[in-house]
Design a protein around this ligand. Structure first.
Ligand code: FAD
Length: 485
């Protein structure tokens, strides 16, 4: 039995919430929000490893127009972010539209009806006029190819599958990977595990976090009314936006990051091989700079060690490195990151004239128009799609810019009765300019490979300039001139 709906949102993270809220504000009541997960929250539901938190300050990692929230600290921890999302869904009444434990498997454009047919794993089917894919920026986990990994005899899991109530006491824990998740979790693991071994794959760059709870007077001020909250958010926004100068204008400024990292390496790691191994071999800014204060100090503890040699294989419970050293472990955490190169994986998307989105992207590369629309796929909107990621500011600002754009297009489509599809030439000229801007960024010339590079080293993840440009360009885009109908 097919359910007919006007708006179908896939995903209950920040993006699903923001787009659903905008639609509801425009009077959309025929709205369904699906998620394959058993609860709302997106990445903040799944990622529950110790120390999981956001690298963007709390008042900036929040949505405009949502009920005010009393953040307790400068950088929010995962639990508080989840509480924020739950509060927003509840207080905006959007929780009434939720359908959880429903995974979308395929969406097919029905030209004659100007609607999407949506098939889900539970056998449920929908027909929706507009589909909003808020399915995440990093939807797939990556696991490296390590000889013997499958036969590891202890407990092994990816960082985003951290088992609830896992007791680490008396356990020898290994963490593979020192990206954003790996670096966040080590100090928490070291507090309860008997022994911690961190296997570095790439030396990270770190910048001070200076996290703390808000002082009493700060809380009073921020809770006194919208003026102070807006002022503080605006200050945070411009402070972060100014970091863009180091990425897009004067890259030599990024050497401050190198200076901070090396100071910590020299202060907290044993001299010799380990310090050498922890010295990044690529330019600062090429990979995500991690905002962290407790990673390197953890290695001052006698039961925590950093291994910079490569893993050669796994035998039984031992991780064996290239130099032959064996590290016996009870638990192996694969903090090996995510693949951000393919939006909507696992959903078979078939657009106009039977065009398969994934086949099309396989053949021509992952392209979109401002990470939001793809030519050939009318009335389908991507949130935090290709080339919307950032290194210097909050990705939620980008996503909210997309939502404002989507809102404009959807109003236009409803008013005109047309299907909203981006013109192929508009998408192509956008991508030509994008690639030109990307070519001089630290991500492309800094000597590293990241989660946002496809097999041809094309950067399909990052936005190569200031965020206010993304917003103002979308504001200036008129649906009438850019859409086919
Ligand atoms: C550990 C971690 C830390 C991060 N830290 C930061 C940070 O410090 N700063 C920052 O800016 N960003 C950070 N991010 C990036 C983060 O992805 C974004 O900030 C933001 O939360 C993305 O929200 P979203 O709603 O777009 O996607 P998500 O939160 O990923 O939500 C997507 C939802 O879609 C659902 N879904 C996917 N496919 C289907 C399907 N087929 N059917 C039904 N449901 C589906 C998923 O279950 C999920 O609930 C981090 C990400 C991770 C994983």
């Amino acid at each position: 039995m097919e359910e007919l709906v006007e708006h179908l949102v896939i995903g209950t993270g920040f993006s699903g919430l923001a787009v659903a809220h905008a639609l509801a504000q425009d009077g959309a009541s025929d709205l369904v929000i699906l998620d394959r997960a058993p609860d709302l929250g997106g990445v903040w539901l799944n990622n529950r490893y110790p120390g999981c938190s956001c690298d963007v300050p709390s008042y900036l990692y929040a949505l405009e127009g949502m009920p005010p929230y009393r953040w307790s600290r400068r950088f929010p921890k995962r639990e508080e972010i989840l509480d924020y999302l739950r509060t927003c869904f509840r207080e905006t009444g959007l929780d009434r539209h939720l359908r959880l434990n429903v995974a979308v498997q395929a969406i097919t454009w029905l030209e004659a009806e100007s609607r999407w047919s949506v098939k889900c794993d539970s056998g449920r089917q929908f027909k929706a006029r507009f589909v909003y894919a808020a399915t995440g920026q990093m939807p797939r986990t990556t696991i490296p190819n390590i000889d013997g990994l499958e036969s590891f005899e202890g407990d092994r899991f990816h960082s985003s599958d951290w088992p609830e109530e896992l007791d680490l006491s008396g356990k020898r824990v290994g963490v593979v990977g020192t990206g954003a998740s790996g670096v966040q979790m080590v100090s928490g693991i070291a507090e309860s595990a008997e022994h911690l071994t961190v296997f570095q794959r790439n030396a990270p760059y770190l910048f001070p976090r200076n996290d703390r709870e808000f002082y009493g007077w700060e809380r009073r001020l921020l809770n006194a009314g919208p003026f102070w909250r807006r002022l503080y958010r605006s200050f945070l926004y411009w402070k972060h936006e100014a970091n863009g100068i180091a990425y897009f204008k004067f890259q030599s400024l990024l050497h401050l990051v190198r200076y901070n990292t090396m100071r910590q390496v020299k202060r907290f790691l044993p001299e010799g091989e380990v310090q050498t191994g922890a010295t990044p071999s690529y330019a600062p800014g090429c990979k995500r700079v991690l905002v962290n204060d407790d990673y390197y100090p953890t290695f001052k503890k006698p039961h925590a060690e950093l291994i910079t040699d490569d893993i050669e294989r796994i035998e039984g419970r031992d991780v064996v490195c290239r130099d032959g050293t064996r590290h016996p472990l009870d638990i192996l955490v694969m903090a090996t990151g995510f693949d951000g190169t393919r939006p909507m994986p696992g959903i078979d998307v078939v657009g106009k004239d039977g065009l398969s989105l994934h086949k099309h992207w396989d053949e021509h590369g992952v392209h979109a128009f401002y990470g939001t629309q793809v030519s050939g796929f009318p009335n389908l909107f991507l949130l935090i799609g290709p080339n919307v990621g950032l290194a210097h500011n909050s990705v939620l600002y980008m996503m909210e810019s997309q939502v404002a754009f989507i809102r404009k297009i959807v109003r236009w489509a409803i008013e005109t009765g047309k299907a909203a599809e981006i013109r192929e030439e508009a998408q192509a000229s956008f991508n030509t300019r994008l690639d030109r801007l990307l070519s001089s960024t630290p991500w492309q010339i800094g000597g590293c490979v990241s989660w946002f590079h496809d097999r041809k080293m094309r950067n399909v993840g990052m936005w190569p300039t200031y965020t206010f440009r993304f917003r103002s360009e979308l504001e200036a885009t008129s649906p009438k001139s850019q859409m086919d109908g």
